[in-house]
Design a protein around this ligand. Structure first.
Ligand SMILES: *Cc1c(COP(=O)(O)O)cnc(C)c1O
Length: 394
């Protein structure tokens, strides 16, 4: 039988280990030149240290102090009773929606572009058995009370699936839903006995951009999900925040899909550190780290428009939506050009995060030049031809 090394041997081995090289080094991981999403952010060395200090007790037994302290802190930050730490933003959303629902038939009303509709592998259908009423917001940007009034099913008409949840996203594709709009929506929903779920995967961005507090936004829904692994930089982890009874129910559903975690403090500690590093004050962005990525986004927007490019949305936070159709850019060629210039691109959506380096911004400018300079030089007839070619392909 192999002998297990005693602790002295282990300690001396640890001493010989070279310092971890990827932690806190976005240049080495490649995050510094990755515009595809803010999920690529590299966790800091302080997060690694926080992991080393985690309490390592069992969270399914509710005995892990690191995890439960973090849950309590997040609930209190949001001015809510309770919170549950989960693996990912997707799991947070799915559990949040499921916990709000009871007995089918029922429906969830959401923006047709919503993450829960397009990017969660159809979870609402198979985990909640809910019909999704996906709609295009009247203002073309985000869901408001007017959309709810127009589309929510609150009648007793037996033909219809009753809307039990309205799911909103803040930010929505980088656009902040103003607090007053959310308050109006919540008031209407409460009156009509419809629950509100807020997908706050990027709520931190909305807080940084608007100056409103986390708590103010958190009051506009029945259940809120927060993500720590985007611009905050945690390796993974998300939180669901709501009433004590909802979170109790949610934890049982979480267990049923294998989301109960044993030494969960390992993940919770890093996520907690991520909040601390970026939002030490908790309620508002006092450090300006997220704000700095918004400034970068503004810079990228200007680079694009000054070269004659068009946009699909105004830049409010850390996303820039390029209008490829209007600028005659081919997505595949665009991504390939990114590769040649050693930056990672994913089509028309440019996502900024605080770890993006100056060099990457300059390279992005060079990629833009390749396309926009070519279009600018092109005679008008060629542009029209290209447009009709595009139309023909539809
Ligand atoms: C990223 C994101 C999520 C969660 O995604 P995970 O990859 O599961 O963390 C949820 N909603 C929105 C709007 C997002 O952008």
């Amino acid at each position: 039988m192999a002998q297990s090394p005693n602790s002295e041997v282990l300690e001396s081995e640890m001493k010989d280990t070279k310092p971890p090289i990827f932690w806190g080094d976005p240049a080495r991981t490649g995050a510094a030149s990755d515009f595809r999403s803010d999920v690529v952010t590299t966790p800091s060395l302080a997060m690694l240290a926080a992991i080393a200090n985690a309490t390592l007790h069992d969270d399914v037994y509710c005995e892990d102090e690191t995890t439960s302290t973090f849950e309590r802190d997040m609930a209190s930050l949001c001015g809510r009773e309770s919170a549950a730490f989960v693996i990912s933003g997707t799991m947070a959303n799915q559990l949040a929606v499921r916990s709000l629902l009871d007995q089918p038939p029922y429906a969830v009303l959401a923006d047709a572009h919503a993450h829960i509709v397009h990017w969660e592998a159809g979870g609402v259908a198979h985990l909640s058995g809910a019909m999704v009423q996906s709609i295009r917001p009247l203002n073309g940007r985000y869901l408001t009370v007017l959309d709810a009034i127009k589309h929510a099913v609150i009648t007793d008409d037996v033909h219809k699936a009753p809307t039990r949840v309205i799911s909103i996203e803040n930010t929505t594709s980088g656009t902040v839903i103003p607090l007053t709009e959310l308050q109006r929506l919540k008031k209407w929903a409460t009156k009509n006995r419809v629950a509100v779920h807020m997908d706050g995967a990027r709520l931190w961005e909305a807080v940084a951009a608007s100056g409103n507090t986390v708590k103010e936004f958190a009051q506009c829904c029945d259940v809120l999900t927060l993500d720590f692994s985007k611009n905050l930089g945690a390796p993974m982890g998300a939180m669901v925040v709501g009433t004590a009874s909802l979170i109790r129910r949610l934890k049982r559903i979480r267990k049923s899909i294998g989301g109960g975690m044993r030494q969960a403090g390992v993940l919770a500690a890093a996520a907690q550190q991520a909040v601390l590093e970026n939002f030490p004050n908790g309620q508002v962005d006092t450090k300006g780290i997220l704000k700095s990525s918004h400034k970068l986004a503004k810079r990228v927007e200007l680079m694009w428009t000054e070269k004659g490019g068009k946009l699909l949305r105004a830049v409010e936070t850390n996303m820039v939506w390029l209008d490829f159709g209007g600028s005659g850019v081919d997505t595949k060629k665009w991504n390939e050009a990114g590769k040649r210039h050693r930056i990672k691109l994913d089509g028309k959506r440019i996502v900024l995060h605080h770890q993006i380096c100056e060099e990457a911004i300059l390279r992005l400018g060079a990629v833009m030049d390749e396309f926009l300079m070519a279009t600018a030089k092109m005679p008008k007839s060629t542009k029209d031809e290209r447009k009709s070619l595009l139309l023909a392909r539809l």
